[in-house]
Design a protein around this ligand. Structure first.
Ligand code: SF4
Length: 300
């Protein structure tokens, strides 16, 4: 009697990885993508970014407390201990307080983190929310082998199965400069969740703590299908640029926040030779490159 072998689900071969940040970089300026994802050039540490990391850490820890204990005093009380924990991990920017002999600059900076947390409490009541996940890595490999991955600040799942994706924004850049990027990032997460859970998230919610504003968006399946095609197109363009080394500068208002003007032809600079010298780290994708961004991602 012959037996028929069970089909085996083989994992799709991964041809490359995209994070929302790097995909958005390439979309806004291919040369910026190159500097960050290929050359991996260092960028100036920023106290704003560091404060974002701290506030994200406090909110993540706050939701680990019993619901009744998630109060503003509790959140404010987490700021100093979590800052100590962060300092020990030496995140970029921690050295910026090295010359702060009397500690006043650091005290003012910690106070500004507490102010952002106070703003958070004007937008949500955390005692009424039970997140399904916090600081969650979400990833999927699409048909064709492109892996999408990123970290979601918070996922709320209703008893009916409806999903809400929540992202905290603490940055100081003007809204118009990064709002489109934020929505791009949220659609990215929505697509990954749809492809992994089979449910289109009901709501994408951005909480702008500095402005005390919430932006909510309801994605549609057809829109996410189009977005998936956009990501494939971005990856195809990245793959071609990696093979040819042709990463063009695309000047825009974002140049004001770019750390690499000195190497950018749009500002009279010359990029380093391409491809860069191998640093021995394993990379994936055509030519090379494609490793995910460091964690935690720089908050915006
Ligand atoms: S300065 Fe502007 S054009 Fe040049 S790499 Fe940076 S973002 Fe791109």
């Amino acid at each position: 009697m012959s037996t028929v072998a069970e089909p085996i689900d083989l994992p799709l071969p991964v041809v490359g990885s995209l994070s929302p940040s790097r995909a958005a970089d390439f979309k806004s300026c291919p040369l910026l993508y190159r500097f960050r994802a290929v050359d991996k050039l260092p960028e100036r540490p920023s106290l704003d970014a560091l404060r974002g990391t701290l506030v994200h850490a406090v909110l993540e820890r706050l939701f680990g407390l019993p619901r009744a204990d998630r109060t503003l005093p509790a959140a404010a009380g987490l700021v100093e201990p979590l800052w100590q924990e962060l300092r020990e991990a030496a995140p970029p920017g921690a050295e910026l307080f090295a010359d702060d002999a009397d500690g006043s600059a650091q005290a003012g900076w910690l106070e500004s983190a507490r102010e952002l947390l106070a703003s958070y409490f004007t937008l949500e009541d955390p005692t009424r929310i039970e997140p399904a996940a916090r600081e969650e890595l979400v990833e999927v490999v699409l048909d064709g082998g492109l892996r999408l991955r990123g970290y979601v600040d918070r996922l709320d799942v209703a008893p009916t199965g409806e999903i809400r994706v929540v992202d905290y924004k603490t940055g100081s850049a003007p809204r118009e400069a990064f709002e489109a990027k934020a929505l791009f990032q949220m659609k990215f997460y929505a697509l990954v969740l749809w492809r992994t859970r089979g449910v289109v998230p009901r709501q994408l919610r951005l909480l702008y703590l500095r402005d005390r504003e919430a932006l909510t968006y309801t994605p549609e399946a057809e829109e996410l299908r189009r977005f998936e095609r956009t990501l494939h197109a971005i990856w195809a363009a990245i793959s071609k640029a990696r093979l040819t080394g042709d990463f063009r500068p695309s000047p825009s208002r974002l140049c004001d926040w770019c750390d690499h003007q000195a190497l950018c032809p749009a500002f009279g600079g010359t990029p380093p030779p391409y491809p860069p010298q191998s640093d021995g780290t394993e990379r994936e994708g055509p030519a090379f490159g494609g490793t995910p961004p460091p964690y935690p991602p720089p908050p915006q």
